[in-house]
Design a protein around this ligand. Structure first.
Ligand SMILES: Nc1ncnc2c1ncn2[C@@H]1O[C@H](COP(=O)(O)OP(=O)(O)O)[C@@H](O)[C@H]1O
Ligand SMILES: [Mg+2]
Length: 282
């Protein structure tokens, strides 16, 4: 395969499952490259870096997530996982490099515009309105309605109502529909935060540490929920909890010191010396 790459004889329209972004880089002019990457990857980054006071928190030459993939990102504390999500979601501007989503360069775009393009983000601490009920939280999250007062006061259409009820059912919160969010368990709050994301049907979901602080049962349910969501969305899931990552059973990318250290199955990562060193070295 690699000799074909070097001689540049690959038909660019062929599905090249085993070609990494790095190999594409080597033999294709950038315009063609981008088109191929966009067909193959919903999200890819090119020489992406961000520095804080001279410290490079993220420094990734190339990295991509395929359409429909569920990718898990792991890595020790401070590896740059959350910062990577910040860069993709437009919360932080890169110092250099580009982020392509759905074929478009979004690296200089506004956070709210990026969200409208279909990238949903769940933060480490779930953002939920405590005094509102579970149902009202989702009413507020309905797409195109950033004016929350308007959204709460107006009557939802029966279609919107059904959509909310369907999501509540999916995330196991139907019984908590009229309860104020503050009385939900930590796990239920996570599921509500995820529900608020998926109601606008984003193509790409960035989920930062969904299992942090959950009970074992909640952790299992969250993994199952994400697997279910993976049928309709492309997902990037950041997580520390190895049982959770094992339950997801997907390809894992290890970030360390802002760089991609390794990629493969969790089992491969657990027997990778460099990866183990990165974890133990902290
Ligand atoms: N806004 C910021 N200003 C300065 N340093 C930051 C900022 N955001 C993140 N960092 C630093 O970047 C590094 C990566 O952080 P982070 O992405 O939160 O790691 P992770 O999520 O993998 O634990 C850390 O050393 C952190 O202190
Ligand atoms: Mg983090």
């Amino acid at each position: 395969m690699s000799s074909e790459v070097e001689s540049g004889t690959i038909d660019p329209t062929l599905e090249q499952e085993n070609l990494s972004l790095e190999k594409y880089r080597k033999f294709l002019p950038s315009e063609v490259q981008r088109e191929i990457w966009s067909n193959k990857f919903l999200l890819f980054v090119e020489n992406l870096s961000v520095s804080f006071d001279g410290f490079k928190a993220v420094d990734i030459p190339h990295f991509g997530i395929k359409h429909g993939e569920l990718r898990v990102i792991i890595g020790p504390n401070g590896a740059g996982k959350t910062t990577f999500c910040d860069l993709v979601s437009g919360k932080t501007l890169p110092s250099s490099g580009k982020v392509y989503y759905d074929g478009k360069n979004i690296s200089q775009m506004d956070e709210s515009d990026i969200a409208l393009m279909g990238i949903g983000r769940k933060f480490q601490t779930p953002t939920v309105f405590d005094s509102l009920s579970t149902y009202e939280n989702l009413l507020l999250a309905l797409p195109g309605n950033q004016h929350w007062k308007h959204n709460l006061l107006k009557r939802e259409s029966s279609e919107e109502k059904n959509q909310i009820l369907e999501i509540l059912e999916k995330v196991n919160l139907s019984d908590c529909r009229d309860m104020p969010a503050k009385s939900l368990s930590h796990g239920q709050r996570q599921w509500l935060a995820i529900s608020a994301l998926i109601i606008s049907k984003p193509k790409l979901l960035l989920v930062d540490e969904p299992a942090a602080g959950l009970t074992d049962l909640e952790t299992e349910r969250t993994a199952d929920l994400l697997l279910e969501l993976a049928e309709e969305h492309t997902l990037v899931v950041i997580e520390h909890d190895m049982d959770f990552v094992r339950r997801l059973g997907q390809k894992v990318t290890v970030l360390n010191e802002g760089k991609v250290l390794a990629e493969g199955s969790l089992e491969e990562m657990e027997t990778n010396e460099e990866v183990m060193e990165a974890y133990l070295g902290r």
